[in-house]
Design a protein around this ligand. Structure first.
Ligand code: CU
Length: 497
């Protein structure tokens, strides 16, 4: 799915910044806040602050660091839009959004700034909305002050007294429902001295979603209050959608760069055990505050909380962002990717050095078990594809949830371990081999594109339709020669088994 990049709203920053400089010029940039700096912030002269428009960005982008050395009145315009968007392939959901997507736009201000919020609720909205800034000190974080009917704009302001990374969210009753529909985002109150410089910054917010249908059930899915109350999430995702920061939308960095992630958790219910597979966080701003912990594998992000992590990427590869409550990652969508490019460093990481088959229980090929929802879908019968194009579309989803983990996003495989499906001469020689691979698994020595593989692929529990669709998808992807496999052919092979 498409992600927007920088949102606009960069205006008059330089012109206006110049006139307010005197107020704080003498102040030395001090690291992070303390009671004292909070006091100082409270005493900064009011009324003569330069007025600037906030620079805001859609996830996963982050506005640039603030280079002002003085406070400003920062105007933040937020528009609430209720909007149907894709939750996952084939699954739609009516989101309630700040600024048109989930999470809402990233807001970056400086400790001591006066933040003026101009909060508009689009005329097409069905209900009133408001906003509670965890960065604000005052009743409800602004909830009552910003309560806004459809077709109205409310304005209020707060002083960003304390630096840190904070969630904002809608707090209109029923609060849980507004949050469950995606109404949350992050605001960074940068300490006066700024944050240590890094090469790349990213914006990631986890959220849990509750739908009438089970995970992956197609069509427009309504919100399910009962499941939300029971905390039985169907989807747990980063940035509002399955795959929002994976595949084509993956985060990107280069070997040797330092990466900071501003990670929030909108909830409404679940606490995140945030982890990046294959990395160790050098620094963790625990709970988004001043306390910095070092050399951390997994950090907790409470619902309605946030964390800043940074780390250096040393070797190339794909690093997977997960909620390490791991069924959420592999069965509910809480997966993201940071793709790092650059030269290898075999001393830091050798890659696979050897591979021999180890099968203490003999040659029996196990079957990959089905998830409960998948089993239910098999039970319910196959989704019928009306055309080859349909098959390719449905097959893509089957591929992503059943084959991608081993054969990789573009069918390129992993050398020495998983053979390629892109331009595989082995598969091209006889497409029945694809059917057999899924029905019975593959084991023993095979040669694909001149390279030998001697490993085991377990059979994959797919029905005839899914098998036909995924193979048709593969045959028509990644430079393969085309072709089609029908459910009837699969049924024949299944019987011949
Ligand atoms: Cu709301």
């Amino acid at each position: 799915m498409k992600r927007q990049t920088l949102a606009a709203l960069i205006a008059s920053v330089f012109a206006l910044a110049a006139c307010g400089q005197s107020a704080e010029k003498a102040e030395a940039p001090a690291p992070a806040a303390s009671g004292a700096s909070q006091q100082a912030a409270a005493q900064e002269p009011q009324g003569e602050l330069p007025v600037i428009d906030a620079v805001v960005t859609h996830a996963p982008d982050v506005p640039p660091p603030i280079d002002r050395d003085h406070a400003a009145k920062v105007v933040v315009k937020i528009e609430v839009l209720e909007k149907v968007m894709q939750m996952a392939d084939g699954v739609d959901y009516k989101y309630w959004t700040f600024g048109g997507d989930v999470p809402g736009q990233f807001i970056r201000v400086r400790e001591g700034d006066q933040v003026e919020v101009q909060f508009s609720n689009h005329p097409t909205s069905t209900v009133p909305h408001n906003i509670d800034f965890h960065a604000a000190t005052g009743p409800g974080g602004g909830a009552a002050a910003s309560f806004t009917a459809p077709g109205h704009t409310s304005t209020f302001s707060f002083k960003a007294l304390q630096p840190g990374l904070y969630i904002y969210h809608c707090a209109t009753a029923p609060v849980g429902m507004h949050i469950a529909n995606g109404m949350y985002g992050l605001i960074l109150v940068e300490p006066k001295g700024g944050l240590p410089k890094v090469d790349k910054e990213f914006y990631v917010v986890q959220g849990d979603f509750y739908t009438k249908g089970a995970y992956g059930e197609r069509g427009l899915q309504p919100f399910d209050m009962e499941k939300a109350i029971k905390e039985q999430a169907d989807y747990v995702v980063f940035n509002g959608h399955v795959g929002a920061i994976a595949g084509d939308n993956a985060l990107k960095a280069n070997v040797g760069e330092t990466v900071r992630m501003f990670v929030g958790n909108g909830g409404p219910n679940l606490v995140s055990s945030f982890h990046v597979i294959g990395e160790i966080f050098d620094n963790v701003h625990v709970e988004g505050g001043d306390l910095v912990n070092k050399n951390i594998q997994t950090t907790l992000v409470p619902a309605g909380g946030a964390v800043m992590v940074d780390f250096k990427v040393d070797v190339p590869g794909s690093y997977t962002l997960v909620d390490h409550s791991i069924f959420r990652a592999f069965n509910k969508g809480a997966l993201g990717q940071l793709v790092v490019e650059g030269p290898e460093n075999k001393e830091i990481f050798s890659g696979k050095i050897g591979d021999t088959v180890y099968q203490p229980e003999g040659g029996a090929i196990q079957t990959v078990p089905l998830s409960a929802s998948e089993a239910a879908r098999v039970e319910a019968g196959p989704a019928k594809a009306a055309s080859k194009e349909d098959q390719i579309k449905l097959g893509k989803a089957v591929y992503e949830s059943n084959c991608l983990a081993c054969h990789q996003a573009n069918g390129q495989g992993v050398e020495g371990a998983f053979p390629p499906l892109a331009k595989s001469d082995y598969l091209a020689a006889d497409t029945k081999r694809g059917i057999h691979a899924i029905l019975r698994g593959v084991s023993g020595k095979i040669t694909v594109n001149g390279k030998e593989y001697s490993s085991v692929m377990p059979a994959v529990a797919l029905n005839d339709e899914q098998t036909a669709n995924v193979l048709t998808y593969i045959l028509n992807s990644w430079g393969n020669a085309g072709g089609q496999v029908t459910p009837a052919e699969v049924a024949t092979e299944r019987k011949a088994k």
